[in-house]
Design a protein around this ligand. Structure first.
Ligand code: NDP
Ligand code: GDR
Length: 345
């Protein structure tokens, strides 16, 4: 029997990579997007799957329970991947209620729809390392205590636990993937890695003078998004529903990523100063290239994330392959290309 997947948040980074993976495996994919005045499918276009005959794009809002039920009922869905979210941590401090509705209650709406329509439908919840928040132990694993530090992290924690609750209460095959940061050339420009690689490309091409950042001491475990969506799929093919960490088990500071991105275009940086006064200049010319702007600081910060994906390796045969250096190079090269052709993404 052919498999039918519903992917919420198909206009996002992971939605695009997952759609390509599922179409390649012969799935029919229903991908949801929000009605806005300027819907943008550039990621699907970039991966060459926007016109695939087995891809159906459907208008949808995660916060509307009725829409969820009708969609799942009509499409004959066998697997649901809930990727839709207000996913920017910084914005969640300014829009905490909206974030709770979309990122938290949105998952409940989908689970309720599954409970009502067909409990055999398998469900993937896009959980996050942000749930670990304030460091309780390192490296973080599935059993590490949670301590979220943002309205986004708190909302995701609700979605995580409601997935487990529906698994235990109604025997729904609900999996929660606790994914650490994963990046790619398709990453949104508001997230720090893409902001950095895009800015490096613009600086090289004379379109930007200085890159401004917030807390560059924050440490993240960054992997390649294309590999992480494979892990999501594997979770739904397992014999039992479960919770898995996907991560690389390596952590670096934002500062390290900046140094790496400039190195990718043969610019060595000299870092000076501390906290709000820290700067980086070009080692050859002395030109100022990076400075701190406190407007990018968050009210509460997650200082250190590093995940151990041993359980995913053992039970799903999943492990990351791309190094951070390779990922960074790939992103810088993509942004150099895009900025050359003046693309709007
Ligand atoms: P993106 O921000 O790129 O994509 C989020 C998607 O959600 C977009 O398609 C967006 O649509 C959609 N969306 C937002 N609000 C709604 C709504 N009310 N109804 C329907 N759709 C909505 O995120 P990523 O692809 O990077 O991440 C995918 C998921 O994984 C997210 O849930 C994120 O929180 C989670 N996650 C991501 C990690 C990462 O490092 N990338 C790590 C751990 C978890 P629109 O284009 O209209 O805004
Ligand atoms: P994060 O990613 O909050 O980890 O959430 P982001 O790239 O936004 O921030 C990473 C770290 O960099 C620091 N930082 C800056 N961040 C941004 N965006 N812009 C800046 O100018 C800047 N300067 C410093 C941040 O303070 C932070 O410490 C991402 C999202 O994809 C979530 O949806 C996902 O759940 C988690 O990763 C895992």
């Amino acid at each position: 029997m052919s498999k039918v997947a519903l992917v919420t948040g198909i206009t996002g980074q992971d939605g695009a990579y997952l759609t390509r993976l599922l179409l390649g495996k012969g799935y029919t994919v229903y991908g949801t997007y929000r009605r806005t005045s300027s819907v943008n499918f550039w990621r699907l276009e970039e991966l060459g799957c926007d016109k695939h005959p087995n891809l159906h794009l459907v208008e949808y809002d995660l916060t509307d329970l009725g829409t969820n039920t009708r969609l799942i009922d009509k499409a004959g869905v066998t697997e649901v991947y809930n990727l839709a979210a207000q996913s920017f941590v910084g914005v969640s401090f300014d829009q905490p209620s909206t974030t709770a509705q979309i990122t938290g209650v949105g998952a409940l709406n989908l689970l309720e729809a599954i409970r009502t329509v067909n409990r055999k439908i398998r469900f993937y919840q896009a959980s996050t390392s942000e749930m670990f928040g304030k460091v309780q132990a390192v490296p973080q694993i599935e059993t590490t205590p949670f301590y979220p530090r943002s309205p986004y992290g708190v909302a995701k924690l609700y979605a995580h636990w409601i997935t487990i609750n529906y698994r235990e209460s109604y025997d729904i095959f609900g999996c929660s993937g606790i994914l650490f940061n994963h990046e790619s050339p398709l990453r949104g420009r508001e997230f720090v890695t893409r902001k950095i690689t895009d800015s490096v490309a613009k600086i090289v091409q004379g379109k930007l003078d200085v890159l401004e950042l917030g807390n560059i001491d924050a440490k993240r475990d960054w992997g390649f998004a294309d590999e992480y969506v494979e892990g999501m799929w594997r979770m739904l093919q397992a014999d039992e529903p479960d919770t898995f960490v996907l991560a690389t088990n390596r952590t670096e500071t934002v500062r390290d990523f900046v140094t790496m991105a400039f190195k990718a275009v043969n610019i060595a940086l000299v870092w000076k100063g501390a906290a709000e006064n820290e700067t980086a200049t070009d080692a050859k010319t002395g030109k100022l290239l990076v400075r701190i702007n406190p407007k990018f600081y968050r009210p509460a910060e997650v200082e250190l994330l590093i995940g151990n994906p041993a359980k995913a390796k053992e039970k799903l045969g999943w492990e990351p392959k791309t190094t951070l250096e390779q990922l960074c190079q790939m992103m810088v090269e993509a942004d150099l290309r895009r900025n050359t052709i003046n693309a709007s993404f």
